[in-house]
Design a binder for this molecule. Structure first.
Ligand code: SAM
Ligand code: SF4
Length: 359
């Protein structure tokens, strides 16, 4: 039986997100700065062969589910055949994908055939002009057609992710809830996270409590708690609610107002092959050289080293009010290579763009 990875706080890490590219055909306002970001040169990005080796080591370490994300995974050439190869080589691993939905219709039949564990699709508005604005160029109709095909198949669990922004889509909450109910897909509202000072705005942030208060027929929504489990402990970022009358479920990811760090069983691997133990940290362990040398043992050691550095709670280099002083005090990252103590710094870093880390 495969080993299980546990961090110093007893959390079992059996779920990994791998970003397969930093590139994207959209430029969402909340994800990328207006001036854009420089794409990482191809030679620094993990090849599919690198990722196969990575998945093989992760499987040996007891990882049960891998989510492929980006950037936009479907902009990378060969992504769908890569998924077929992953499915064939690692039948024991559940595969999920996060996408902006722009290419879904094109690939829907193959995705259905692949038997994916879930496809998460970003959908922040149902208004075509607003969609064009928030994505800086996206066509809503294309995404809706993709959602329709997948949802109608009934073969792939579909989740819609909506980042709530005060002046953008707050008033659309009831409409989005009804849309998800009609399509019979799971909608999750996400608090706008301060990953990057260039794009985050406190004014636009809306707390999970406020989102809840705006649900249609608020009193009918009963909490279900977290639905994932890891090592017998409830896990997963979303808290779920069920409408007693219709049976509809929705999720709320409250990364800002209610830290779920103590339940976090995530590891992220960037497209450049850096293992990031925490989304809110710039710290990571590079494993790309080991992957390229085909050095399984060093890949394994790198992953375990990142796990051993997983903080109990998010990094303190976040806007004030994001992390409580108690949580900040529990941050356990050691000094970096230059001997600079990372804990307590207020430094933002371009590496914290969600499209680079892999959301
Ligand atoms: N391109 C794909 C997509 O948009 O779904 C996958 C990558 S994207 C970085 C993954 C998720 O991160 C999306 O659901 C997006 O809405 C979310 N995201 C990006 N920036 C965010 C932020 N600042 N706060 C909250 N969620 C964010
Ligand atoms: Fe691209 Fe996804 Fe970021 Fe939007 S949220 S810019 S689709 S990576």
């Amino acid at each position: 039986m495969a080993a299980m990875i546990q961090d110093p706080f007893g959390r079992t890490l059996d779920y990994v997100r791998i970003s397969i590219t930093d590139r994207c055909n959209y430029r969402c306002l909340y994800c990328m700065p207006a001036q854009g970001i420089d794409w990482i040169p191809h030679e620094k990005i993990m090849t599919y062969e690198d990722i196969f080796l990575l998945c093989s080591v992760l499987s040996e370490l007891g990882v049960k589910r891998i989510r492929f994300t980006g950037g936009e995974p479907f902009v990378r050439k060969g992504f769908v055949s890569f998924l077929h190869d992953i499915r064939r080589r690692f039948p024991e691993i559940g595969i999920a994908v996060t996408t902006n939905g722009d290419f879904l219709e094109r690939w829907a039949s193959e995705l259905i055939a692949l038997g994916l564990n879930s496809v998460n699709i970003s959908l922040d508005t149902l208004n075509p002009e607003k969609f064009l604005y928030i994505t800086r160029g996206g066509i809503l109709e294309r995404v809706l057609r993709g959602i329709d095909v997948l949802a109608a198949s009934g073969e792939v669990p579909v989740k819609l992710n909506t980042v709530v922004m005060r002046e953008f889509n707050l008033t659309e909450i009831p409409e989005l809830v009804r849309f998800a109910d009609n399509k019979k897909v799971l909608l999750r509202f996400i608090e706008f996270m301060p990953l990057d000072t260039d794009v985050w705005s406190k004014q636009q942030y809306v707390s999970a409590d406020e989102v809840l208060s705006l649900l249609p027929h608020r009193l009918l929504w009963q909490p279900l708690g977290r639905q994932g489990t890891s090592g017998g402990i409830p896990s997963g970022p979303a808290q779920y609610f069920r409408n007693e009358s219709t049976g509809q479920k929705i999720g709320i990811i409250s990364a800002v107002s209610d830290h779920f760090c103590h339940l976090c069983n995530r590891l992220r691997i960037t497209s450049t092959g850096e293992v990031r133990p925490c989304l809110f940290s710039n710290n990571g362990i590079p494993i790309i050289d080991a992957l390229r040398r085909n050095d399984r043992e060093s890949v394994r050691t790198g992953i375990l080293s990142a796990v051993s550095r997983k903080p109990r709670a998010g990094d303190t280099s976040l806007p004030e009010g994001f992390c409580s002083p108690e949580e900040a005090a529990l941050n356990t990252f050691p000094a970096d290579q230059n001997g600079t103590e990372k804990t307590g710094t207020k430094v933002f870093h371009e590496e914290r763009h969600m499209s680079r880390i892999g959301g």
